[in-house]
Design a binder for this molecule. Structure first.
Ligand code: C5P
Length: 201
């Protein structure tokens, strides 16, 4: 069976956790498309040209251990404004979406650009303060030394860059179901996502 679920939203809204849980619930494969941009961003920190890095990207690059740092997140959002970088990553994402057995893709432009015909589209959001606090706790939990203000500024800067770019800006698809996780525990957010998808399928 082919069934594609598109989950978009800003940084640290809970997309990643919800997407993993939704994929496990339906037995579908999951692709965190942010990792593609993070892998390209990480290469630019070594001095590689972003367009060349995007063209050369392979699935193995997504397993690199150092992609979830704030520095790489910033580099990712900078390469993500480049049209040629985005274009080079389209086929990989669409091939994943078409795989037999069902797929969940999460990112910023899945419902609008990558999979406009997805069977279910969710837009997961939360207030900037709530998102920054979650990301702060996640980073501190991993042993990163960082303060709350830095994390909030980082989240806001990335959101602005993602929403204001000309190519595939972050915005809900017209037919996306909105889920605001600001006041939801993670299990409640997952239940809301599954209920929304069941209704659409
Ligand atoms: O989701 P994550 O925070 O890992 O994404 C890192 C960056 O990659 C985002 O800030 C965004 O600029 C970019 N991105 C994108 N389109 C996607 C996924 C991520 O532009 N589909």
């Amino acid at each position: 069976m082919r069934f594609t679920i598109a989950i978009d939203g800003p940084a640290a809204a809970g997309k990643g956790t919800i997407s993993k849980a939704v994929a496990a619930h339906y037995g579908f494969a999951h692709l965190d498309t942010g990792l593609l941009y993070r892998a390209v961003g990480a290469r630019t920190l070594d001095g590689t040209d972003p367009i060349e890095a995007a063209k050369a990207l392979t699935a193995d690059d997504l397993d690199a251990g150092n992609l979830r740092t704030p520095e790489v997140a910033q580099a990712a959002s900078k390469v993500a404004v480049i049209g040629e970088v985005r274009a080079a990553l389209v086929d990989f994402q669409r091939a994943f979406a078409r795989r037999a057995g069902g797929a969940v893709l999460d990112g910023r432009d899945i419902g609008t650009v990558i999979c406009p015909n997805a069977d279910a589209k969710l837009f997961v959001t939360a207030s900037a303060d709530v998102r920054a606090e979650r990301r702060y706790l996640e980073l501190v939990g991993k042993g990163t030394e960082i303060d709350r203000e830095t994390v909030l500024a980082d989240v806001k800067e990335r959101d602005a860059r993602d929403m204001e770019r000309a190519e595939a800006p972050l915005k809900p698809a017209d037919d996306a179901v909105l889920i605001d996780t600001s006041d939801l525990a993670i299990q409640e957010a997952i239940a809301a996502a599954v209920a929304a998808i069941d209704k659409l399928s």
